[in-house]
Design a protein around this ligand. Structure first.
Ligand code: SAH
Ligand code: SF4
Ligand code: F3S
Length: 440
């Protein structure tokens, strides 16, 4: 057998890209590649890119620039661009960076091995189709490689919501759900390979409606069926849209023990005027009432969210409305961004607001969100929580895991406990993690 070729993948953007990168690495395993941690010794470099904000998209070109020397030294090094920038900019990438050999959009990854072979024959390969076939079915996994205990599993892709600021409906295409039996088969396979916690992924994961032998299943039904897999101990899902939070999914938060008490539910703004301009199709009030219903089902739920400040037309009062919503709802964790103009989206056509004003607002919002995050962490001190051990820590005898509420927890524990869920008493809250001790 010839020596394995080395593949370096760098992943940007959301968890769906993380999952896709794993699947692409597995698919290229069939073409003789093993993954490597550095670009320096790679035979192929693949950037799995994100187009969500301007900075994310520009990173791709600066990163590619850094590979020029490598390519000059090793002409048969293959360089590929995958992900949402590949989808959005296609051939433009090869024009700006002629050393790129292949460009592949997120719905065409199953064609990657063929494209790699083509690129190997000195040609360029480009595929940004939205094909009919299910790419995941055509992406073959390498047999039974052992896995880390926490894994992602994409169940839904694409988005039909067309929020006025967002590129996802254009880069990922229309909403598609994977058939339920395929998701269950993949989940069982992951569990056989050592996985104990699965995070179900989708751009709008709670809009999931996958075909099964027993009719169409929503996300709640899928979660309940997954919960029947004995050695699967924890289930999470992300990202959700407020308008798809159905009654049965709310109920599952109350009575499905394996569904963890954590929910990422972006609202983007607390101003109805801005929500309308964003085409979110919900109000601040309806979001707040929804959160109340979910918390009634699961009182200790830790809520996470996404916010955009400086959307076109946002006034001081609109921004104050966002601050009030944050104060009223209370987040344990959140992501907040300055609005970034994305070509081709409706909001890009509108008069933009002063960037300094937007920066100032972002700063104020982040201060408030950080306070809330710390308060939520501090409230864990003294409590006993479940922690799934994921890896060794930096200190001697230290292990690191995730709590039910998705906090990173450091503790002293035997090293052979990876994948176990241990009872831990939280003793300390640090800026971005907790510390605790094992409960006998
Ligand atoms: N499907 C998810 C979000 C995907 S994008 C949802 O609907 O919640 C992740 C986050 O990036 C969004 O929630 C939004 O807060 C942010 N985002 C998207 N487009 C943006 C833009 N043009 N400028 C700034 N932030 C943006
Ligand atoms: Fe983007 Fe809105 Fe779709 Fe989320 S729901 S991916 S923010 S268009
Ligand atoms: Fe980015 Fe595409 Fe995900 S734009 S956030 S990588 S869906």
């Amino acid at each position: 057998m010839s020596e394995a070729k080395k593949l370096f993948i760098k992943t940007y953007g959301c968890q769906m890209n993380v999952y896709d990168s794993e699947r692409m690495a597995e698919a290229l395993g069939g073409s003789g590649y093993v993954t490597t941690d550095t670009a320096d010794d790679a035979d192929m470099i693949l950037l799995n890119t994100c187009h969500i904000r301007e900075k994310a998209a520009e990173k791709v070109y600066s990163e590619l620039g850094r590979f020029k020397g490598l390519k000059a030294a090793k002409p048969d090094l293959k360089i590929g661009v995958a992900g949402c920038v590949a989808q959005a900019e296609g051939e433009e990438i090869m024009r700006r960076q002629p050393m790129v050999d292949l460009v592949v959009g997120p719905q065409s990854y199953h064609r990657l091995p063929d494209m790699e072979a083509k690129a190997g024959a000195g040609q360029k390969a480009l595929d940004t189709d939205f094909p009919e076939e299910d790419k995941f079915e055509h992406l073959k996994a390498r047999p039974k490689a052992k896995r880390a205990p926490a894994a992602f599993l994409t169940v839904q892709e694409g988005c039909d919501k067309f929020c006025a600021f967002c590129v996802v409906p254009y880069t990922r295409g229309a909403e598609v759900s994977r058939p339920a039996d395929r998701v269950l088969t993949e989940a069982r396979d992951l569990v056989d390979r050592g996985v104990r916690e699965i995070t179900l992924l989708g751009q709008n994961v709670n809009a999931y409606h996958g075909a099964s032998s027993d009719g169409d299943w929503g996300l709640a039904r899928l979660i309940r069926e997954l919960a029947k897999i004995d050695d699967l101990k924890r289930i999470r899902f992300t990202t959700s849209h407020p308008n798809d939070m159905e009654e049965d999914l709310i109920a599952a938060h109350g009575d499905c023990e394996k569904l963890m008490p954590y929910l990422h539910l972006p609202v983007q703004s607390g101003s109805d005027r801005i929500l309308k301009a964003m085409n979110r199709k919900h109000t601040a009030e309806s979001y707040i009432r929804l959160v109340e219903r979910i918390r009634a089902a699961r009182p200790d739920l830790l809520l996470s969210g996404d916010f955009i400040v400086g959307f076109p037309g946002e006034t001081d009062q609109d921004f104050e409305d966002t601050m009030s919503l944050v104060r009223e709802v209370g987040y344990g964790q959140a992501y907040s961004f300055k609005y970034s103009t994305r070509p081709g989206t409706p909001a890009a056509e509108k008069p933009q607001i002063d960037p300094d004003v937007a920066s100032e607002r972002l700063h104020r919002l982040q201060e408030l969100l950080t306070q809330q995050q710390h308060a939520a962490q501090d409230a864990m001190v003294g409590r006993e929580v479940g922690v799934m051990i994921e890896r060794k820590g930096r200190l001697d005898g230290q292990m690191v895991g995730k709590s039910d509420h998705l906090h990173a927890v450091h503790l002293q524990a035997p090293a052979d406990n990876v994948g176990q869920i241990l009872r831990v008493k939280i003793t300390e809250s640090a800026p971005n993690s907790l510390a605790g001790t094992l409960v006998a």
